[in-house]
Design a protein around this ligand. Structure first.
Ligand code: C5P
Length: 233
């Protein structure tokens, strides 16, 4: 998975199908999130897989280790390429998640598993006031990143603004999957820490996740191609 990952934040399969049809058979990397998965169930993954797209299933699991392990056994059986958890669930939970994936991967190829550090919609002030974390946002992200690596995960979800530090600290192979991406011409919406695809590449993202900049564009294919061009430049 190294193409820009398109966040399929739609409610129905019909919307997804009409969106994907615009790309006339091109193999894409897509993200199925809570909105689509909870509205349609696992069948949605099956339908998208039939079109040969790579799937990042973004359900951000966060529960006790045993429950997350059992859930991951089920998700691995769907044959997705990447899944995630919240690092705030702790090291034991992350280890259990990885074990669950190993058990559930029938083909022997377990999906990549990454951990959300701090959401890209969270500001440092929000984090300090609401989560009572008394460090800087970057320190919190770096701590969660270390913890994820110790738990044997493949990488983290973070802001591109943190990717360089994570790359330095946890190594190039440790994935830095970064949402909060906007083209220069876009609005920021509810994201707080945003960068362009080009800047994300320059400052150390290993993968970018792009939603509304593509899905809500007047011409989604043109917007995707612009993201791709900046990302691959
Ligand atoms: O539309 P936009 O590009 O902001 O979409 C970003 C996508 O990435 C959304 O699906 C959102 O749920 C997801 N995401 C995020 N921040 C994280 C983890 C996932 O924005 N830390």
């Amino acid at each position: 998975m190294n193409k820009p990952i398109i966040a399929l934040d739609f409610q129905t399969y019909e919307e997804v199908a009409s969106f994907l049809a615009k790309f006339s058979g091109e193999t894409l990397s897509v993200k199925v999130g809570m909105e689509l998965f909870y509205s349609n169930g696992p069948i949605i993954v099956e339908k998208i897989k039939q079109q040969n797209h790579e799937i990042f299933l973004d359900l951000k699991l966060h529960d006790i280790p045993n429950t997350v392990k059992s859930a991951m056994i089920g998700l691995a059986k769907l044959g997705v390429d990447m899944v995630n958890v919240h690092a705030a669930g702790g090291k034991k939970m992350m280890e259990a998640a990885r074990e669950g994936l190993e058990i559930g991967s029938q083909s022997g190829k377990r999906p990549k598993i990454i951990a959300v550090t701090q959401l890209t919609s969270t500001s440092e002030t929000d984090m300090q006031r609401e989560q009572l974390i008394k460090t800087s946002l970057l320190q919190s992200v770096m701590h969660y990143s270390d913890l994820s690596k110790q738990a044997g995960l493949d990488g983290v979800v973070c802001s591109a603004l943190e990717a360089e530090d994570i790359k330095r600290q946890n190594g190039t192979e440790f994935l830095r999957v970064t949402p909060g991406i906007r083209l220069v011409s876009d609005t920021v919406d509810d994201q707080i820490r945003v960068v362009t695809p080009e800047k994300a590449r320059l400052i150390g993202s290993s993968n970018i996740v792009v939603g509304r900049s593509i899905t809500r564009a007047d011409d989604p294919v043109a917007a995707y191609n612009q993201v791709l061009e900046e990302w691959n430049a």
